[in-house]
Ligand binder design. Structure first.
Ligand SMILES: [Zn+2]
Length: 420
């Protein structure tokens, strides 16, 4: 796979067009955006393209299977009597908040066990089937354990708070639940770069050298605190090239992974960093949190409506009467999964819009359209490169490879007389 991308790079060098220094006033007509885009897209073909398409399209089905599986797990809790037994156990404690905390702990652990067949298939076996994972089974399991531990602790505290608010707020519980979740998510986004991400990978300041100087120069040019550039050992998980901007306020940082450092040229790394800096400069973390907040309020209002409909008719059969009773949790979880499924195109479009903006910023900041196009091709190792219009809206949390390469080539066409 990696060799194929080296080949792409060799082919790509044929695309470079150098403007004559004395013809800056002349309209260059030799560069055709659509032809250049097709040329890049054709560097992914045959078996490699079929594999990328199959992997990504399989992901569409996984969204559905995950939702249906969540309904199945909910049925085990509610109709299989598991929830009633858990209630009987935690009811031995007097304090209702402790009862809820214990129920939530049990719920998270049992859900993880019930969901395990699907998680090991999609997280481990499927990734290896497509040669997209470097984790051993032991390594994968260790990460699952870390994730479970963090999830159980944080999730149980969150749910105890939400159920406390439910008892106090009555019919307006959904507003309070949304509010608590928003504060909680904001807290997680803030602490994640410092406490959570280092549980999975080693983060260290980007190594000294010319590359670091180039990135710091770009950062200064875009008013980004220059010391916040990190590198991390993502190669232990996969060969995927990636970087991210995480945290906010004092924990904001730009991190690039070691695959990017190993597999990409300095120009390509600069183009990726330009994209990440775009997220930073355009305050995408804050905007994302705001959009997520609006969505959560809508989501909880929707869940409240459906919950009332269901429990009025089937409450006795499901053993769920009061929403403020912790026994309502499995039903709420099922409704949350169904609502998330319905809102998939909305959440994808929210992130895809930001990613498109960051691409645009990155092109202007790095001024490396061909390097950008080559990275876009690398990212198409695991993301179908040329989807249909609606397919992209429904399933893509980043722009498709075709759209990204086209944007880069359009930028190039408009700057032929300026770029090196
Ligand atoms: Zn991005």
């Amino acid at each position: 796979m990696k060799k194929i991308f080296l080949l792409f790079f060799v082919l790509a060098t044929g695309l470079a067009i150098h403007a004559q220094p004395d013809t800056s006033h002349v309209q260059v007509t030799t560069f055709n955006v659509n032809d250049a885009t097709e040329h890049w897209l054709n560097t992914l073909s045959g078996a490699a393209r079929a594999k990328s398409d199959a992997y990504f399209e399989g992901g569409y089905w996984l969204i559905l299977w995950n939702t249906l599986y969540a309904v199945f797990v909910g049925a085990i809790f509610l109709l299989g009597g598991l929830s009633k037994r858990m209630k009987a156990i935690v009811d031995r404690v007097k304090n209702v908040n402790i009862q809820n905390l214990l129920y939530a702990l049990l719920y998270f652990i049992l859900s993880w066990i019930l969901l395990f067949p699907l998680s090991i298939y999609q997280g481990y076996y499927r990734e290896h089937q497509y040669n997209l994972s470097n984790l051993t089974l032991g390594g994968w399991f260790k990460e699952e354990m870390i994730g479970l531990s963090v999830g159980v602790i944080l999730g149980s505290i969150l749910l105890t708070l939400v159920y406390f608010a439910m008892r106090k707020a009555g019919n307006k519980w959904w507003m309070w639940a949304a509010g608590i979740c928003i504060v909680f998510i904001t807290f997680i986004v803030f602490v994640a770069p410092v406490f959570l991400s280092p549980m999975f990978n080693d983060y260290k300041p980007l190594a000294e050298g010319p590359l670091k100087q180039q990135i710091l120069s770009m950062a200064r040019a875009n008013s980004i605190p220059a010391e916040n550039v990190y590198q991390f050992d993502a190669s232990k998980q996969s060969d995927r090239v990636s970087a991210n901007v995480s945290g906010f306020g004092s924990t904001t940082r730009i991190s690039l992974n070691d695959n990017l450092l190993k597999r990409c040229t300095p120009a390509e790394i600069r183009s990726v960093m330009g994209h990440e800096m775009g997220h930073y400069v355009m305050n995408h973390v804050y905007k994302g949190l705001f959009e997520m907040s609006v969505l959560l309020v809508v989501l909880f209002a929707f869940i409240n409506f459906v919950f009332n409909l269901i429990t009025r008719r089937y409450g006795d059969r499901l053993g769920v009467k009061e929403i403020s009773d912790i026994g309502s949790l499995p039903l709420l979880a099922v409704l949350f999964s169904l609502a998330s499924f319905v809102f998939t195109p909305v959440t994808n479009t929210m992130t895809r819009t930001q990613e498109t903006e960051a691409d645009m910023f990155g092109l202007n900041a790095a001024r490396e359209p061909d390097a950008e196009a080559h990275v876009d091709m690398m990212l198409s190792e695991y993301r179908k490169i040329d989807p249909g219009y609606w397919e992209e809206i429904f399933f893509y949390d980043h722009p498709s490879g075709r759209n990204r390469v086209h944007m880069a080539m359009q930028w190039k066409a408009e700057h032929l007389n300026e770029i090196k």
